[in-house]
Ligand binder design. Structure first.
Ligand SMILES: Cc1cc2nc3c(=O)[nH]c(=O)nc-3n(C[C@H](O)[C@H](O)[C@H](O)COP(=O)(O)OP(=O)(O)OC[C@H]3O[C@@H](n4cnc5c(N)ncnc54)[C@H](O)[C@@H]3O)c2cc1C
Length: 386
């Protein structure tokens, strides 16, 4: 008899499985895919290059406890992520910084814009593009409009398939403008990649005599949530242990209020007979092309694979829950969708032994560190640990 059933073997599910197993609880982890690791899963191409099957994942955090916790399962190598944007025939740093400014503007303009920005916001500051657009100074506003157009407008339209005005400001604010030459994509204290890839983390998290993993198993075939009587059934018998669900909540509840909207991606991998394809791990196509970005994985995996490389083009598309090829990648935040999610949430929130954790179950954008933090906190909450 199990004490805990966990649906999903991504970071949410695997972290919680590991924590419960360590206090001697018997844990069952179910995943519908044929592998553990959720969206961080990596596979090796025929040419030997290790790729992230569900899109590139770069680890970065300011959360020391999360970073230390993950180091129990793998060793990391120092890696600071740099992204380049292809704008008007130039490769320029993204987030837009002073180097990008110098590459795209004439030198007299550069001097004036820099002076004004530094005077208003201060050196090394990360400024929201929305603040620049609303600035009272004409020069700053003009500069803001340029960056908005070249970095945000088309890219956001490709990514979300709506005009930028309809995209939540939290999404736009993920990419600031940097008033300096720091060309790192993230400014977090800890930036690193797992030396042997992400899979090792999950293998080690789940390698415990108290954990059983069932792959190729859809929770819907085994779990039933009786929302009226606030009971959970596993394999047709009432289950009184703890159930943690990290899959999509609408799917589990039979889409009774309609599907929750997501953006999905068509991920197109290309193996190439050349040493390197592009000057950086990620190039964002912010003004041209149908794909949003190209990732070259050798830069991320730190592998030496001579005369061979693999790239990935990401084509955003509308998620269709009936299409088995589609993966729900990005929740679309707006009042309507959050209200719809709340209906699902309200119908399970009073079930004492049922917990939601993860980007799908909570209909939230969590970075990897944030979802591990959420799992650590949820464990403490359930176990009453201070
Ligand atoms: C394209 C993309 C790029 C990203 N890049 C980064 C990045 O660079 N850095 C970063 O920090 N974060 C990144 N993220 C976020 C990162 O993917 C999430 O933080 C992480 O996946 C959250 O883990 P999770 O366990 O909640 O979800 P997942 O990893 O999605 O795991 C959920 C698991 O549940 C399983 N499941 C779902 N439904 C069922 C069911 N009915 N039955 C059984 N199993 C089920 C799924 O198969 C899956 O394995 C990125 C996200 C995307 C979409």
């Amino acid at each position: 008899m199990k004490d805990v059933i966990i649906v999903g073997a991504g970071f949410a599910g695997s972290t919680l499985a590991n924590l419960f197993a360590n206090i001697n609880k018997k844990v069952l982890v179910i995943d519908k895919r044929n592998h553990i690791g959720g969206n961080m899963y990596e596979e090796t191409r025929d040419n030997g290059v290790r790729v992230h099957k569900y899109g590139p994942h770069i680890f970065h955090t300011n959360d020391k406890e999360v970073f230390e916790y993950l180091q129990k399962f793998t060793s990391f190598y120092f890696y600071e992520h740099r992204v380049i944007g292809y704008i008007d025939g130039e490769y320029v740093p993204i987030p837009f910084n002073f180097k990008s400014l110098e590459l795209l503007f004439p030198s007299d303009k550069v001097k004036l814009i820099k002076e004004k920005l530094l005077k208003t916001y201060g050196e090394q500051k990360k400024v929201s593009i929305l603040d620049l657009l609303n600035d009272s100074d004409d020069v700053i506003r003009e500069f803001g409009k340029y960056v908005y157009e070249k970095v945000f407008v088309h890219y956001t339209a490709k990514q979300w398939n709506v005009p930028i005005s309809e995209v939540d400001s939290s999404v736009i604010n993920r990419v600031p403008v940097i008033l300096g030459y720091d060309d790192r994509y993230f400014q977090d204290t800890y930036q690193a990649m797992p030396k042997n890839g992400y899979n090792e983390i999950f293998e080690n998290m789940l390698d415990n005599k108290n954990i059983e993993v069932k792959l190729d198993t859809n929770a819907k075939d085994l779990l039933r949530i009786d929302t009226d009587n606030k009971k959970i059934y596993y394999d047709n018998k009432e289950f009184k242990g703890i159930v943690i669900y990290s899959g999509p909540l609408d799917e589990l509840l039979e889409y009774q209020y309609g599907p929750l909207p997501y953006r999905s991606l068509d991920l197109v991998f290309e193996d190439r007979d050349e040493n390197y394809y592009q000057p950086s791990s990620v190039v964002n196509y912010t003004v041209s092309e149908k794909f949003t970005r190209i990732t070259e994985f050798k830069y991320l995996s730190n592998q030496v694979v001579k005369d061979n490389t693999t790239i990935l083009k990401e084509y955003p598309l509308t998620y269709d829950y009936k299409n088995k090829e589609h993966v729900p990648y990005y929740a679309i935040f707006n009042d309507t969708n959050l209200a719809l999610y709340k209906k699902y949430y309200d119908s399970v929130k009073d079930i004492d032994n049922f917990y939601l954790c993860g980007r799908l179950a909570e209909y939230k954008y969590y970075n990897m560190d944030a979802v591990v933090r959420r799992a650590l906190d949820l464990f403490k909450e359930i176990e009453g640990v201070k």
